[in-house]
Design a protein around this ligand. Structure first.
Ligand code: PLP
Length: 490
């Protein structure tokens, strides 16, 4: 499709069942699990970037003479791979699960499955989606503590055994519909400083945990662990330390009541933006210290996390076209009355806060576009606002932006758009999802393939290798078992 890129556009949205890759001659493909293949993405060759691809795609869309011009995403799967290596480097004791609700696009699910992640699903549709691409039930946790009975039954029928709960009613439903489930008790956290207060809805208070554990014991339900979620956008990494300490207390209660607990699930809340207020490395350092204190190595507890935005935020860029514009003359101030009246410009886009820009409503963000053509120094800038298609006062994407004069048909490009913006059509009840074009640099693809080499095939390997940095060079020494399952759900 693109002359700068070696392969045709991915068929990633096709949803075709997983196929095993034939091993290519001379390449160590034995350990590739086969979730992702080269036909799923556009290969970006050295010297080019996903930005070049985006420019080609916007050019193509502008020149198309038929059909509606619709917003579309470009997803850099290499960025997801890089995030994973970084995660392994900074949190080597933690097994990452991916929170499917954050971005259920197939390219993301496939690359993460290829990297060996487990999946955290909130409902039946998400479980079906990850099982459809071939993820085994043993790598799925149904991490919604308040599920419909039909979802619990679906988990039982399809072998998903790890379920979370935070109340007695949920326990009673599980006793009836999935008696062999292994339950993870979700505890509330101190998340009042987070942007997203999940503990308002989810999580048992420490006071109620003993009662819930007793109840589970009486009902012969196994409780195998504790989970929490500090909320997204938490400015204080100590929230993890506090919750890990709380979890230790619940483990003690569980042991006293005869539960064999061996899973600690740290939830999500890790930042997805590079320039986040609290950096991932800082959070990791607080977590590692708390784990060493409360769950030291060798204590027999598997540590998991359910990451959403961390993996996908920076990997996705969305291109949105201007569909209409209006110039508004501002009221001139006394001093300006002699000159020409200043104006502001209102632009209408084909996506708004009820679509891909929902972070404006939920995360309080102010999306700022990157312009495809850099304005020259002498080009005047106008105070501009961007509005979605809903035609009502709430659908304001951004206000007070200083932009050059733009035209209908111009494309605005927004970076860091991967979290809570994209879903597969199957999860949208038939609604049209925005098109996603997946891309990956050859370097990232080679790194992805290399990291799945079994340790014994790496002549330089000495037992289990630890990653050295977040750069691609780590892939020479990074030996990660392609599959993991918490021992307690085997
Ligand atoms: C239970 C649970 N786990 C993980 C996540 C992912 O959170 P984040 O995107 O902040 O990593 C969520 C998000 O709502 C969640 O509800």
């Amino acid at each position: 499709m693109c002359c700068i890129l070696s392969k045709a556009v991915a068929k990633a949205a096709s949803g075709a069942p997983r196929q095993r890759l034939p091993p290519a001659p001379g390449l160590p493909l034995l350990s590739m699990a086969g979730y992702l293949s080269e036909s799923d993405f556009v290969m970006v060759e050295e010297g080019f970037s996903t930005r070049d691809l985006l420019e080609e795609l916007t050019l193509g869309a502008s020149q198309a003479t038929t059909g509606k011009v619709a917003a579309f995403f470009v997803a850099d799967l290499g960025a997801v791979v890089r995030k994973h290596f970084c995660f392994l480097k900074y949190l080597p004791r933690v097994q990452p699960f991916y929170a499917v609700r954050c971005n259920s696009s197939l390219g993301v699910l496939k690359v993460l499955a290829e990297l060996g992640l487990g999946f955290s699903c909130a409902n039946k549709a998400e479980m079906e989606l990850v099982q459809h691409i071939g993820v085994p039930a043993s790598k799925i946790i149904c991490a919604n503590p308040c599920k419909q009975v039909a979802q619990i039954k679906h988990a039982a029928r399809h072998g998903v055994r790890l379920l979370s709960f935070d109340n007695e009613v949920e326990l009673a439903k599980v006793v009836k519909s999935h008696p062999s489930a292994k339950m993870v008790l979700c505890i509330a956290t101190q998340d009042s400083h987070s942007l997203n207060h999940l503990s308002l809805r989810f999580g048992a208070s420490l006071k109620s945990c003993r009662h819930l554990l007793e109840n589970a014991k009486k009902s012969h339900v196994e409780v195998v662990g504790v989970s929490f979620h500090i909320g997204s956008g938490c400015p204080d990494p100590q929230a993890y330390a506090q919750s890990i300490a709380d979890a230790r207390l619940v483990f003690q209660m569980g042991a006293e009541l005869g539960h064999t607990m061996n899973i600690l699930d740290l939830g999500g809340g890790f930042p997805g933006l590079e320039g986040a207020k609290v950096r991932f490395e800082e959070m990791a350092s607080v977590i590692n210290s708390a784990l060493d204190l409360y769950f030291p190595e060798g204590c027999g507890v598997d540590i998991l996390a359910e990451l959403g935005r961390y993996y996908v935020t920076s990997a996705f860029t969305v291109a949105v076209s201007i569909v209409a514009k209006k110039e508004v003359l501002d009221q001139p101030s006394r001093e300006e009355q002699t000159g020409s009246a200043p104006k502001s410009i209102v632009y209408h886009l084909d996506e708004g806060v009820y679509g891909v820009f929902n972070s404006v409503l939920f995360d309080n963000t102010c999306p700022t576009p990157a312009l495809q053509k850099k304005p020259s120094a002498d080009q005047p800038l106008y105070c501009s606002s961007l509005w979605g298609p809903a035609g009502e006062g709430c659908d304001c994407v951004a206000e007070g932006l200083w932009l050059p004069q733009l035209q209908v048909g111009d494309w605005l490009v927004f970076d860091n758009m991967g979290a809570y913006t994209v879903h597969t059509e199957s999860l949208l009840g038939g609604t049209q999802a925005c098109r996603v074009t997946y891309a990956m640099s050859r370097l990232a693809w080679e790194a992805l393939r290399g990291q799945l080499l079994p340790a014994e095939e790496d002549p330089d390997a000495e037992g289990v290798c630890k990653p050295l940095s977040c750069g691609w060079e780590i892939t020479d020494t990074l030996c990660v078992g392609p599959v993991f399952t918490p021992a307690s759900i085997m």
